[in-house]
Design a protein. Structure first.
Length: 430
Protein backbone atom coordinates (compact mmCIF):
# COMPACT_ATOMS: atom_id res chain seq x y z
CA UNK A 1 0.00 0.00 0.00
CA UNK A 2 1.20 3.52 -0.80
CA UNK A 3 2.67 5.63 1.99
CA UNK A 4 0.10 8.27 1.11
CA UNK A 5 -2.88 6.06 1.98
CA UNK A 6 -4.12 6.26 5.56
CA UNK A 7 -7.30 6.35 7.64
CA UNK A 8 -8.31 9.34 9.75
CA UNK A 9 -10.71 7.11 11.68
CA UNK A 10 -14.28 5.82 11.56
CA UNK A 11 -17.06 7.82 13.17
CA UNK A 12 -18.05 5.06 15.55
CA UNK A 13 -14.47 4.76 16.84
CA UNK A 14 -13.84 8.50 17.01
CA UNK A 15 -17.14 9.08 18.82
CA UNK A 16 -16.38 6.31 21.33
CA UNK A 17 -12.95 7.77 22.00
CA UNK A 18 -14.47 11.21 22.57
CA UNK A 19 -17.13 9.83 24.90
CA UNK A 20 -14.49 8.05 26.97
CA UNK A 21 -12.27 11.13 27.13
CA UNK A 22 -9.43 9.45 25.20
CA UNK A 23 -9.80 11.95 22.36
CA UNK A 24 -10.90 15.55 21.99
CA UNK A 25 -12.06 17.36 18.88
CA UNK A 26 -9.07 19.68 19.17
CA UNK A 27 -6.67 16.73 19.24
CA UNK A 28 -8.39 15.19 16.21
CA UNK A 29 -8.19 18.45 14.27
CA UNK A 30 -4.50 18.76 15.13
CA UNK A 31 -3.94 15.19 13.97
CA UNK A 32 -5.59 16.03 10.64
CA UNK A 33 -3.53 19.20 10.29
CA UNK A 34 -0.33 17.24 10.92
CA UNK A 35 -1.30 14.70 8.26
CA UNK A 36 -2.08 17.48 5.76
CA UNK A 37 1.35 18.98 6.41
CA UNK A 38 2.98 15.57 5.91
CA UNK A 39 1.32 14.39 2.67
CA UNK A 40 -0.67 17.09 0.92
CA UNK A 41 2.37 18.52 -0.83
CA UNK A 42 2.27 15.33 -2.89
CA UNK A 43 -1.47 14.55 -2.92
CA UNK A 44 -2.64 18.16 -3.41
CA UNK A 45 -6.22 17.61 -2.28
CA UNK A 46 -6.62 20.86 -0.33
CA UNK A 47 -7.27 24.38 -1.61
CA UNK A 48 -7.71 26.20 1.73
CA UNK A 49 -7.03 24.92 5.26
CA UNK A 50 -8.71 26.84 8.10
CA UNK A 51 -6.12 26.16 10.79
CA UNK A 52 -7.05 28.75 13.41
CA UNK A 53 -10.79 28.68 12.74
CA UNK A 54 -11.00 24.89 12.91
CA UNK A 55 -9.02 24.71 16.15
CA UNK A 56 -11.21 27.39 17.73
CA UNK A 57 -14.38 25.58 16.68
CA UNK A 58 -13.03 22.29 18.02
CA UNK A 59 -12.17 23.83 21.40
CA UNK A 60 -15.66 25.32 21.65
CA UNK A 61 -17.26 21.96 20.90
CA UNK A 62 -15.05 20.23 23.47
CA UNK A 63 -16.21 22.77 26.04
CA UNK A 64 -19.89 22.03 25.42
CA UNK A 65 -19.81 18.72 27.27
CA UNK A 66 -22.96 17.17 25.84
CA UNK A 67 -22.56 15.78 22.33
CA UNK A 68 -24.85 17.01 19.56
CA UNK A 69 -24.77 13.71 17.68
CA UNK A 70 -22.44 11.47 15.65
CA UNK A 71 -20.81 14.43 13.86
CA UNK A 72 -19.91 16.31 17.05
CA UNK A 73 -16.30 17.48 16.86
CA UNK A 74 -15.55 15.66 13.57
CA UNK A 75 -13.46 17.55 10.96
CA UNK A 76 -14.96 17.98 7.49
CA UNK A 77 -13.61 18.94 4.05
CA UNK A 78 -15.83 20.89 1.64
CA UNK A 79 -15.61 20.72 -2.16
CA UNK A 80 -14.77 24.09 -3.65
CA UNK A 81 -18.12 24.58 -5.39
CA UNK A 82 -19.85 24.86 -1.99
CA UNK A 83 -19.74 28.13 -0.04
CA UNK A 84 -17.92 28.35 3.27
CA UNK A 85 -18.14 31.73 4.93
CA UNK A 86 -14.88 33.67 4.75
CA UNK A 87 -13.49 31.61 1.86
CA UNK A 88 -13.80 32.27 -1.88
CA UNK A 89 -15.59 29.65 -3.97
CA UNK A 90 -13.33 29.37 -7.00
CA UNK A 91 -14.68 26.15 -8.62
CA UNK A 92 -11.18 25.75 -10.09
CA UNK A 93 -11.93 28.38 -12.74
CA UNK A 94 -10.12 31.59 -13.71
CA UNK A 95 -13.58 33.01 -14.41
CA UNK A 96 -14.16 33.21 -10.64
CA UNK A 97 -10.72 34.51 -9.65
CA UNK A 98 -12.01 37.97 -8.75
CA UNK A 99 -14.98 36.92 -6.65
CA UNK A 100 -14.86 37.93 -2.96
CA UNK A 101 -15.06 35.40 -0.12
CA UNK A 102 -18.49 33.99 0.67
CA UNK A 103 -20.33 35.97 3.33
CA UNK A 104 -22.38 32.96 4.48
CA UNK A 105 -22.19 29.18 4.52
CA UNK A 106 -24.09 27.10 2.01
CA UNK A 107 -27.23 25.64 3.59
CA UNK A 108 -25.69 22.17 3.81
CA UNK A 109 -22.59 23.54 5.57
CA UNK A 110 -24.73 25.50 8.03
CA UNK A 111 -26.66 22.33 8.89
CA UNK A 112 -23.45 20.40 9.44
CA UNK A 113 -22.02 23.07 11.71
CA UNK A 114 -25.25 22.94 13.69
CA UNK A 115 -24.76 19.16 13.99
CA UNK A 116 -21.30 19.73 15.46
CA UNK A 117 -19.03 19.17 12.46
CA UNK A 118 -15.81 21.20 12.24
CA UNK A 119 -15.12 22.70 8.80
CA UNK A 120 -11.42 22.11 8.18
CA UNK A 121 -11.31 23.79 4.77
CA UNK A 122 -11.88 23.46 1.03
CA UNK A 123 -10.74 20.72 -1.36
CA UNK A 124 -10.22 20.64 -5.11
CA UNK A 125 -12.74 20.13 -7.90
CA UNK A 126 -12.62 20.11 -11.67
CA UNK A 127 -13.70 23.39 -13.27
CA UNK A 128 -17.36 24.08 -12.38
CA UNK A 129 -17.60 20.42 -11.29
CA UNK A 130 -17.52 19.44 -14.96
CA UNK A 131 -15.26 16.96 -16.73
CA UNK A 132 -12.16 19.08 -17.28
CA UNK A 133 -9.69 20.52 -16.67
CA UNK A 134 -8.67 18.35 -13.76
CA UNK A 135 -7.12 19.94 -10.66
CA UNK A 136 -3.59 19.02 -9.52
CA UNK A 137 -4.93 16.41 -7.05
CA UNK A 138 -3.26 12.97 -7.14
CA UNK A 139 -4.65 9.56 -6.21
CA UNK A 140 -3.03 8.58 -2.87
CA UNK A 141 -2.90 4.92 -3.96
CA UNK A 142 -0.71 5.82 -6.94
CA UNK A 143 0.31 9.43 -7.51
CA UNK A 144 0.48 8.81 -11.26
CA UNK A 145 -3.27 8.13 -11.37
CA UNK A 146 -6.37 10.28 -11.22
CA UNK A 147 -8.51 10.37 -8.06
CA UNK A 148 -11.50 10.82 -10.37
CA UNK A 149 -13.71 13.85 -10.68
CA UNK A 150 -15.22 16.17 -10.23
CA UNK A 151 -14.94 15.69 -6.44
CA UNK A 152 -11.25 14.88 -6.76
CA UNK A 153 -10.13 16.52 -3.55
CA UNK A 154 -12.93 14.99 -1.48
CA UNK A 155 -11.96 11.40 -2.24
CA UNK A 156 -8.22 12.02 -2.11
CA UNK A 157 -8.38 13.91 1.21
CA UNK A 158 -10.07 10.97 2.92
CA UNK A 159 -7.94 8.30 1.24
CA UNK A 160 -4.80 10.14 2.40
CA UNK A 161 -6.07 10.19 5.99
CA UNK A 162 -6.17 13.99 6.18
CA UNK A 163 -9.84 14.19 7.25
CA UNK A 164 -12.55 11.67 8.21
CA UNK A 165 -15.42 13.21 6.18
CA UNK A 166 -15.90 15.31 3.05
CA UNK A 167 -18.65 16.88 0.97
CA UNK A 168 -18.85 16.55 -2.81
CA UNK A 169 -21.44 17.17 -5.49
CA UNK A 170 -22.76 14.89 -8.23
CA UNK A 171 -24.33 15.88 -11.52
CA UNK A 172 -23.05 12.89 -13.49
CA UNK A 173 -20.63 10.61 -11.58
CA UNK A 174 -18.74 13.12 -9.47
CA UNK A 175 -19.18 11.56 -6.00
CA UNK A 176 -19.54 7.83 -6.51
CA UNK A 177 -16.71 7.45 -9.04
CA UNK A 178 -13.92 9.30 -7.16
CA UNK A 179 -14.86 7.37 -4.03
CA UNK A 180 -14.36 4.12 -5.95
CA UNK A 181 -11.05 5.23 -7.45
CA UNK A 182 -9.62 6.30 -4.09
CA UNK A 183 -10.79 3.31 -2.06
CA UNK A 184 -13.16 5.42 0.01
CA UNK A 185 -16.94 5.27 0.37
CA UNK A 186 -19.74 7.63 -0.55
CA UNK A 187 -23.46 8.26 -0.23
CA UNK A 188 -25.30 10.27 -2.89
CA UNK A 189 -28.86 10.93 -1.67
CA UNK A 190 -31.85 10.77 -4.02
CA UNK A 191 -31.26 13.17 -6.89
CA UNK A 192 -32.54 16.67 -6.06
CA UNK A 193 -33.38 15.61 -2.50
CA UNK A 194 -30.89 18.10 -1.08
CA UNK A 195 -31.85 21.74 -1.60
CA UNK A 196 -30.51 25.03 -0.34
CA UNK A 197 -28.36 27.89 -1.51
CA UNK A 198 -24.63 28.46 -1.77
CA UNK A 199 -23.65 25.81 -4.33
CA UNK A 200 -22.29 26.57 -7.80
CA UNK A 201 -24.77 24.95 -10.23
CA UNK A 202 -24.02 22.87 -13.32
CA UNK A 203 -27.23 21.10 -14.39
CA UNK A 204 -29.98 21.74 -11.82
CA UNK A 205 -32.02 18.63 -12.68
CA UNK A 206 -29.19 16.48 -11.33
CA UNK A 207 -26.97 18.58 -9.02
CA UNK A 208 -26.95 16.81 -5.63
CA UNK A 209 -24.67 17.15 -2.61
CA UNK A 210 -23.04 13.84 -1.69
CA UNK A 211 -21.02 12.60 1.26
CA UNK A 212 -17.63 10.84 1.50
CA UNK A 213 -16.30 8.76 4.39
CA UNK A 214 -13.84 6.01 5.18
CA UNK A 215 -16.86 3.68 5.42
CA UNK A 216 -20.27 3.76 3.74
CA UNK A 217 -21.80 4.04 7.21
CA UNK A 218 -19.79 7.23 7.84
CA UNK A 219 -20.87 8.66 4.48
CA UNK A 220 -24.53 7.90 5.24
CA UNK A 221 -24.27 9.52 8.68
CA UNK A 222 -22.69 12.61 7.13
CA UNK A 223 -25.53 12.81 4.58
CA UNK A 224 -28.03 12.48 7.43
CA UNK A 225 -26.45 15.58 8.97
CA UNK A 226 -27.55 17.79 6.08
CA UNK A 227 -30.52 15.89 4.62
CA UNK A 228 -34.12 16.86 5.25
CA UNK A 229 -35.84 14.89 8.01
CA UNK A 230 -38.36 13.35 5.61
CA UNK A 231 -35.55 11.33 4.01
CA UNK A 232 -35.35 9.54 7.40
CA UNK A 233 -31.63 8.90 6.98
CA UNK A 234 -31.26 8.72 10.75
CA UNK A 235 -33.34 5.55 10.98
CA UNK A 236 -31.24 2.66 12.22
CA UNK A 237 -33.25 -0.42 11.32
CA UNK A 238 -34.87 -2.01 8.29
CA UNK A 239 -35.40 -5.62 7.16
CA UNK A 240 -32.36 -7.13 5.41
CA UNK A 241 -32.62 -6.18 1.74
CA UNK A 242 -32.51 -8.41 -1.30
CA UNK A 243 -29.43 -7.60 -3.41
CA UNK A 244 -29.86 -7.75 -7.18
CA UNK A 245 -26.65 -7.91 -9.22
CA UNK A 246 -27.64 -5.81 -12.21
CA UNK A 247 -27.00 -7.10 -15.73
CA UNK A 248 -27.01 -4.80 -18.76
CA UNK A 249 -25.31 -4.66 -22.15
CA UNK A 250 -23.37 -1.53 -21.18
CA UNK A 251 -22.00 -3.17 -18.03
CA UNK A 252 -21.12 -6.37 -19.87
CA UNK A 253 -19.33 -4.51 -22.66
CA UNK A 254 -17.23 -2.15 -20.56
CA UNK A 255 -16.37 -4.05 -17.37
CA UNK A 256 -12.75 -5.15 -17.26
CA UNK A 257 -11.81 -8.63 -15.95
CA UNK A 258 -10.19 -7.38 -12.73
CA UNK A 259 -13.24 -5.30 -11.87
CA UNK A 260 -15.61 -8.16 -12.68
CA UNK A 261 -13.66 -10.55 -10.46
CA UNK A 262 -13.75 -8.20 -7.47
CA UNK A 263 -17.47 -7.48 -7.90
CA UNK A 264 -18.23 -11.21 -8.07
CA UNK A 265 -16.20 -11.79 -4.92
CA UNK A 266 -17.97 -8.94 -3.17
CA UNK A 267 -21.39 -10.37 -4.09
CA UNK A 268 -20.28 -13.69 -2.62
CA UNK A 269 -19.25 -11.96 0.61
CA UNK A 270 -22.75 -10.52 0.88
CA UNK A 271 -24.32 -13.90 0.16
CA UNK A 272 -22.04 -15.56 2.67
CA UNK A 273 -23.21 -13.08 5.30
CA UNK A 274 -26.77 -14.34 4.85
CA UNK A 275 -28.15 -11.77 2.42
CA UNK A 276 -30.32 -12.84 -0.49
CA UNK A 277 -28.28 -12.17 -3.63
CA UNK A 278 -29.55 -12.85 -7.15
CA UNK A 279 -29.09 -11.51 -10.67
CA UNK A 280 -31.50 -9.32 -12.63
CA UNK A 281 -31.51 -7.71 -16.05
CA UNK A 282 -31.93 -3.96 -16.32
CA UNK A 283 -35.55 -3.06 -17.12
CA UNK A 284 -34.31 -0.32 -19.47
CA UNK A 285 -31.15 0.21 -21.48
CA UNK A 286 -28.57 2.00 -19.33
CA UNK A 287 -26.94 3.33 -22.50
CA UNK A 288 -30.22 4.98 -23.50
CA UNK A 289 -30.45 6.60 -20.06
CA UNK A 290 -26.85 7.76 -20.42
CA UNK A 291 -27.56 9.51 -23.72
CA UNK A 292 -30.70 11.21 -22.43
CA UNK A 293 -28.89 12.40 -19.31
CA UNK A 294 -26.27 14.01 -21.54
CA UNK A 295 -28.90 15.94 -23.53
CA UNK A 296 -30.46 17.30 -20.35
CA UNK A 297 -27.09 18.11 -18.78
CA UNK A 298 -25.88 19.99 -21.86
CA UNK A 299 -29.12 21.95 -22.20
CA UNK A 300 -29.06 22.98 -18.54
CA UNK A 301 -25.33 23.70 -18.38
CA UNK A 302 -25.70 25.91 -21.44
CA UNK A 303 -28.58 27.85 -19.96
CA UNK A 304 -26.94 28.07 -16.54
CA UNK A 305 -23.55 29.29 -17.75
CA UNK A 306 -24.36 31.10 -21.00
CA UNK A 307 -22.70 34.31 -19.79
CA UNK A 308 -19.37 32.85 -18.70
CA UNK A 309 -16.47 34.52 -20.56
CA UNK A 310 -15.15 31.93 -23.01
CA UNK A 311 -11.59 33.14 -22.66
CA UNK A 312 -11.66 32.36 -18.93
CA UNK A 313 -13.01 28.80 -19.05
CA UNK A 314 -11.70 25.56 -20.56
CA UNK A 315 -12.31 24.85 -24.26
CA UNK A 316 -14.30 21.70 -23.35
CA UNK A 317 -16.67 23.61 -21.06
CA UNK A 318 -17.03 26.46 -23.54
CA UNK A 319 -17.83 24.07 -26.41
CA UNK A 320 -20.37 22.13 -24.35
CA UNK A 321 -22.09 25.33 -23.20
CA UNK A 322 -22.49 26.28 -26.86
CA UNK A 323 -23.77 22.80 -27.71
CA UNK A 324 -26.26 23.01 -24.86
CA UNK A 325 -27.50 26.45 -25.93
CA UNK A 326 -28.15 25.03 -29.41
CA UNK A 327 -30.58 22.44 -28.02
CA UNK A 328 -34.11 23.81 -28.64
CA UNK A 329 -36.51 24.13 -25.71
CA UNK A 330 -38.83 21.50 -27.15
CA UNK A 331 -35.95 19.01 -27.47
CA UNK A 332 -34.86 19.75 -23.88
CA UNK A 333 -38.40 19.23 -22.60
CA UNK A 334 -38.71 16.01 -24.62
CA UNK A 335 -35.52 14.72 -23.00
CA UNK A 336 -36.92 15.52 -19.55
CA UNK A 337 -40.09 13.58 -20.39
CA UNK A 338 -38.00 10.69 -21.70
CA UNK A 339 -36.05 10.58 -18.43
CA UNK A 340 -39.35 10.49 -16.55
CA UNK A 341 -40.45 7.46 -18.60
CA UNK A 342 -37.11 5.72 -18.02
CA UNK A 343 -37.50 6.21 -14.26
CA UNK A 344 -41.02 4.83 -14.25
CA UNK A 345 -40.13 1.81 -16.37
CA UNK A 346 -36.91 1.04 -14.52
CA UNK A 347 -38.25 1.19 -10.97
CA UNK A 348 -41.49 -0.55 -11.95
CA UNK A 349 -39.28 -3.48 -12.94
CA UNK A 350 -37.35 -3.50 -9.64
CA UNK A 351 -38.85 -4.25 -6.24
CA UNK A 352 -39.17 -1.14 -4.03
CA UNK A 353 -37.22 -2.86 -1.25
CA UNK A 354 -34.45 -4.25 -3.47
CA UNK A 355 -30.93 -2.84 -3.63
CA UNK A 356 -29.03 -3.02 -6.91
CA UNK A 357 -25.36 -3.97 -7.09
CA UNK A 358 -23.05 -3.11 -10.00
CA UNK A 359 -19.47 -1.94 -10.58
CA UNK A 360 -18.79 1.71 -9.78
CA UNK A 361 -16.57 2.02 -12.88
CA UNK A 362 -15.43 -0.27 -15.68
CA UNK A 363 -11.86 -0.32 -14.40
CA UNK A 364 -9.60 1.03 -11.68
CA UNK A 365 -8.43 4.65 -11.73
CA UNK A 366 -6.60 5.36 -14.99
CA UNK A 367 -3.31 7.15 -15.33
CA UNK A 368 -3.55 10.91 -15.14
CA UNK A 369 -4.94 12.90 -18.05
CA UNK A 370 -8.58 11.95 -17.57
CA UNK A 371 -10.92 11.74 -14.58
CA UNK A 372 -12.02 8.28 -15.69
CA UNK A 373 -15.17 6.68 -17.05
CA UNK A 374 -18.48 7.65 -15.33
CA UNK A 375 -20.67 5.45 -17.57
CA UNK A 376 -21.94 3.20 -14.76
CA UNK A 377 -22.74 5.99 -12.30
CA UNK A 378 -24.49 8.45 -14.62
CA UNK A 379 -27.59 6.31 -15.33
CA UNK A 380 -28.29 6.02 -11.60
CA UNK A 381 -27.87 9.75 -11.07
CA UNK A 382 -30.46 10.17 -13.83
CA UNK A 383 -32.74 7.40 -12.51
CA UNK A 384 -32.93 9.36 -9.30
CA UNK A 385 -32.38 7.05 -6.35
CA UNK A 386 -29.73 7.12 -3.62
CA UNK A 387 -26.39 5.56 -4.56
CA UNK A 388 -23.65 4.35 -2.22
CA UNK A 389 -20.09 3.48 -3.18
CA UNK A 390 -18.61 0.54 -1.28
CA UNK A 391 -15.13 -0.99 -1.36
CA UNK A 392 -15.30 -4.22 -3.37
CA UNK A 393 -11.61 -5.10 -3.06
CA UNK A 394 -8.25 -4.52 -4.75
CA UNK A 395 -7.60 -5.34 -8.39
CA UNK A 396 -5.03 -8.12 -8.48
CA UNK A 397 -2.62 -6.78 -11.09
CA UNK A 398 -2.47 -3.10 -10.12
CA UNK A 399 -3.33 -3.30 -6.43
CA UNK A 400 -5.75 -0.40 -6.99
CA UNK A 401 -9.18 -0.15 -5.32
CA UNK A 402 -12.31 -1.45 -7.04
CA UNK A 403 -15.61 0.12 -6.03
CA UNK A 404 -19.17 -1.19 -6.12
CA UNK A 405 -22.41 0.77 -6.36
CA UNK A 406 -25.39 -0.08 -4.19
CA UNK A 407 -28.51 1.70 -5.45
CA UNK A 408 -32.08 2.09 -4.19
CA UNK A 409 -35.24 3.49 -5.72
CA UNK A 410 -35.92 7.25 -5.50
CA UNK A 411 -36.87 8.09 -1.94
CA UNK A 412 -35.28 4.87 -0.69
CA UNK A 413 -32.58 6.77 1.22
CA UNK A 414 -33.74 5.46 4.60
CA UNK A 415 -33.67 1.84 3.44
CA UNK A 416 -30.20 2.11 1.92
CA UNK A 417 -28.90 4.13 4.86
CA UNK A 418 -30.35 1.69 7.39
CA UNK A 419 -28.57 -1.21 5.70
CA UNK A 420 -25.26 0.66 5.62
CA UNK A 421 -25.63 1.50 9.32
CA UNK A 422 -26.70 -2.02 10.32
CA UNK A 423 -24.65 -4.35 12.48
CA UNK A 424 -24.26 -6.67 9.49
CA UNK A 425 -22.72 -3.86 7.41
CA UNK A 426 -20.38 -3.05 10.30
CA UNK A 427 -19.28 -6.70 10.50
CA UNK A 428 -18.67 -6.69 6.73
CA UNK A 429 -16.72 -3.42 7.05
CA UNK A 430 -18.82 -1.73 4.39
Amino acid sequence: MSEYVSDAGRLRDLAAAMRSGELTSEALVRRCLDRIAAVDGAVQAWVHVLVDEALAAARALDAEGARRGPLHGIPLAVKDVIDVRGLPTRAFSPSRAGLPPATADATVVAHLRAAGAVVLGKVHTTEYAYFSPAPPTRNPWDLRRTPGGSSAGSGAAIAAGTVPLALGTQTAGSVNRPAAYTGTCAFKPSTLAIGGVGIVPLAPSFDTVGAFGASAQDAALLAAGYAAAHLRLGEATAPPPRILVLEDALIARLTQPGTAAQLAGFAERLRGAGLRVSRAGSPVSLEAVLLTHRRVLLAEAGRTHARLPKELISPRLAADIEEGLAIPEEAYHAALRELGRFRQDFWRGVGPDDLLLLPAAPDVAPMDGTTGDPSFVIPFTALGGPVATLRAGLEAESGMPVGALLCAAPGGDARLGAFLCSELATQLDL
